[in-house]
Design a protein around this ligand. Structure first.
Ligand code: SAM
Length: 285
């Protein structure tokens, strides 16, 4: 069954009485070039188990299953289950979980389903939870090699910004803390049904298994990052004193030990400066 043929897709969906949910970010890929590229650039190959988030009617799921040993996919919308039974019929290396990714035990899924395989994540993410899903995947320290996902173009720009630049945000620090990220290719809004108001980009995060901070330091670090970026126009001393309760003098002395100006804003600091500063502030806390 050709899952990028518009009339085929329309006829399956109407037969199942399915209508798109905007709230669940349902924009399905109908451009035939996109899913094979995501699968190929996202580690879907022999020896891999791929975790997919949000199957829709299974257009990417199918391309992943044709290349990888196993695919486990999480889809929240129960109405899509009978559709997937039909669209993925005949592919016997796919397991579908009808549940919310944010409430899923991803460690369990990966260890039970992908035993003996390397693992990676591939998805066309529902845009309303792009950052929470990416941070969940990273913070859970899943045994995965990479995360290859389609996101809104603006989100891709923020994710792929340089830490220490004006374009960066808490999510930029997050992905660069856990790995390296790059933008792979852009996808126009016309590649989806229904067509969203924005263009998209596919990005890939390669996970760095080396740990930069201890778990308790890591918690403090992300608290500091969120505090700093939630008031990014303020100086770091101002935002950390108002949100984390530090005295400005404590922040000033930590900054001066690191030879960073007192007036600095969080967006100007490099990853190394951020981890050093968090270690110093943690000893004061
Ligand atoms: N992979 C399909 C494609 O490329 O055509 C569908 C992508 S669509 C952008 C996102 C999918 O994620 C939808 O099928 C939606 O129902 C599902 N979804 C939304 N929120 C979810 C959640 N919290 N957990 C799991 N799936 C979710």
């Amino acid at each position: 069954m050709n899952l990028t043929n518009i009339s085929t897709v329309k006829s399956i969906l109407s037969r199942h009485g399915f209508n798109f949910s905007k709230g669940l970010g349902q924009n399905f890929i109908i451009n035939p070039d996109i899913c094979p590229r995501i699968a190929e650039m996202g580690n879907a190959s022999k020896g891999y188990g791929i975790l997919e988030i949000g199957t829709g009617i299974g257009v990417l799921t199918k391309e992943l299953a044709l290349r990888a040993d196993k695919v486990s996919a999480i889809e929240i919308d129960t109405r899509l289950m009978p559709v997937l039974n039909e669209t993925l019929d005949g592919l016997n290396n796919i397991k579908i979980y009808n549940q919310d990714v944010m409430k899923s035990d991803l460690h369990k899924i990966i260890s039970e389903d992908f035993s003996g395989l390397k693992a990676a994540v591939c998805a066309n993410l529902p845009y309303y939870i792009t950052s929470p899903v990416i941070m969940l995947l990273l913070e859970s320290r899943l045994p995965i090699e990479s995360i290859t996902v389609m996101v809104q173009k603006e989100a891709a720009q923020r994710l792929c910004a340089k830490v220490g630049s004006r374009e960066s945000g808490a999510i930029t620090v997050g992905v660069n803390y856990y790995g390296t990220v790059k933008q792979l290719f852009n996808v126009s809004r016309g590649s989806f049904m229904p067509s969203p108001n924005v263009d998209s980009s596919v990005i890939r995060i390669d996970i760095d298994p080396k740990i930069k901070l201890e778990p308790n330091e890591e918690k403090f670090f992300f608290h500091m990052i969120h505090a700093g970026f939630s008031q990014r126009r303020k100086t770091l001393a101002n935002s950390l004193s108002s949100i984390m309760g530090f005295s400005k003098n404590d922040v000033y002395s930590a900054l001066s030990e690191l030879e960073i100006p007192e007036t600095v804003r969080i967006e100007a600091l490099t990853m190394e400066q951020l981890t050093d500063l968090s270690r110093k502030l943690m000893t004061i806390n």
